[in-house]
Design a protein around this ligand. Structure first.
Ligand code: ADP
Length: 469
């Protein structure tokens, strides 16, 4: 079986979030299960050819071989990849993103033909690659690619690639597709919608999100388009890389620890974290951490709303995040108000993030919606207990703690309100004071399996099903 991944992010070459993780890590896990994978990526100027062993194929195409059945081709353009960002700079999208991603979609299929890659499935990710199923239908009827099937994986419904209808001629497609049956949505071009309609299969990144995006509340306007497909929407939870997020082998943390050494390991790492961020070195207070984008989706406003009451208790907070300036300002105000209780940093610092995951007792994740979410899985891998709103991928991965049965691996709140969130924080404080309870919670968190291998198995089932249909 040969699968072509088409994406605009993939670790380790280019990443801003979960999309990059999936498109870099899932192909590796598939390749280990004897699936051949080719990844097609735009060639961004910041991708270091030397560092990654990328060699030219021709003037506009280069390649890196990752393993005998996994290679990456980088599609170059004189202008579209030659900038500092993937989507934009300083929070603004590039004005020519329609042209940039249209070019990538069209070029991706041409590249498969050029290289004579006979692929079984073209696996597209998010709106940036959602034109590919349409081009394949329209322009490759008599090509060796005609029998290839297409899958579109939606990583976040909130991003759809919406543009004024006047720009339709740039897509280089017949007028037929400029209709509500394909790309048009309320008099605008909507890339994601086109992909949902035209691809052979649509998947998303958790079972719960697959249910949620069929509703008005989470579907971001496309719920009826999703519902109009005859086949069911499939949800497959992402994994995390065990090589990267593993306290037993993590060189970025002060003291490595296994499941059996969790108490001693966390105590040592908490002390190191407190020393790093200049908070009082105390093990009798629980340390709550947030690592993530400082944006509305992540519920940063809810954390800020409860801060007065929360820090009125005997607790410490560490926040690491980049994002909206207004949240940054509000967090800064808390630093002045509660010295010795809260510390924050507004950079993207991967190494520090490792120490935070290892050193914290609880992880704050009040996301309003969460297609999958990696940070709750990462924190559990370090025995750090997630406190999360019951939504999307959180539901697939965090099982609420039942103190009597000693079951469950996290703390969930069911209503996105200040009251519910605060109650859950109070509960966390109580659990922290009970050594037996916190120990069993940590053990349960550490026992969870979030390997990419599991996800790869689920995707292979979808591929097989599609090929036998
Ligand atoms: P999303 O993709 O919506 O941003 P995820 O939870 O899926 O959220 O993934 C976020 C990833 O980015 C996690 O691995 C998290 O640790 C990391 N991360 C987010 N912000 C920072 C930061 N400021 N410094 C270091 N790592 C960060």
């Amino acid at each position: 079986m040969h699968i072509t991944f088409c994406a605009v992010e993939a670790v380790p070459f280019a990443q801003t979030g979960g999309l990059g993780d999936v498109c870099g890590s899932l192909p590796l896990a598939l390749a280990q299960r004897d699936v051949s994978v080719t990844i097609l990526l735009p060639r961004y100027k910041f991708i270091d050819a030397k560092k990654f062993g990328i060699t030219p194929v021709d003037k506009y195409l280069s390649r890196a071989i990752l393993s005998p059945n996994l290679d990456v081709y980088f599609l170059e353009h004189d202008y579209y990849g030659k900038r500092d960002g993937i989507y934009g700079d300083n929070g603004d999208d590039y004005p020519d993103n329609l042209e940039r991603f249209q070019y990538f979609c069209s070029r991706a299929l041409k590249t498969l033909e050029q290289l004579k890659i006979e692929t079984d499935i073209v696996h597209c990710h998010d709106w940036h690659t959602a034109l590919i199923p349409i081009y394949l239908k329209d322009q490759y009827k008599n090509s060796s690619l005609a029998s290839a099937r297409t899958i579109l994986t939606i990583h976040n419904m909130a991003h759809q690639g919406v543009f004024p209808r006047e720009r339709y001629p740039k897509l280089n497609l017949p007028a037929t597709y400029n209709s509500p049956h394909y790309l048009e949505y309320f008099s605008r071009i909507n890339f994601l919608k086109g992909g949902i309609v035209a691809s052979d299969k649509v998947t998303t990144v958790s079972k719960q999100y697959a249910k949620e995006i069929l509703t008005k509340e989470f579907g971001c306007g496309l719920e009826s388009v999703l519902k109009s497909r005859r086949d069911p929407l499939v949800g497959i939870i992402n994994g995390i890389s065990h090589d990267v997020w593993n306290p037993a082998t993590d060189k970025a943390i002060a003291q490595m620890y296994t499941k059996d050494e969790v108490t001693i390991g966390k105590t040592a790492n908490k002390a190191k974290l407190q020393q790093l961020v200049k908070l009082p070195r105390r093990d009798d207070v629980p340390l709550f951490a947030f690592v993530g984008r400082l944006v509305h989706q992540k519920g940063v406003d809810l954390i800020l709303e409860v801060m007065d009451q929360f820090l009125g208790m005997d607790a410490q907070v560490v926040m690491l995040g980049t994002g909206d300036r207004r949240y940054e300002k509000q967090v800064k105000a808390c630093l002045d108000k509660y010295p010795g209780k809260i510390w924050a940093n507004f950079e993207f610092d991967d190494s520090l993030a490792h120490q935070v995951y290892a050193g914290a007792d609880f992880f704050l994740m009040p996301s309003r919606f969460e297609p999958c979410g990696l940070s709750q899985m990462i924190s559990m891998a370090y025995g750090t207990i997630p406190i999360a709103f019951k939504t999307g991928g959180v539901v697939d991965t965090v099982k609420p703690f039942d103190a009597t049965r000693r079951e469950g691996n996290g703390l969930l709140f069911n209503h996105f309100t200040k009251k519910d969130f605060l109650q859950t924080l109070h509960r966390a404080m109580e659990i922290y004071r009970d050594q037996k309870k916190i120990h069993s919670l940590r053990q349960n968190a550490l026992a969870a399996d979030f390997s990419w291998d599991h996800a790869a198995g689920e995707y292979i089932k979808v591929y097989q099903c599609l090929l036998s249909a």
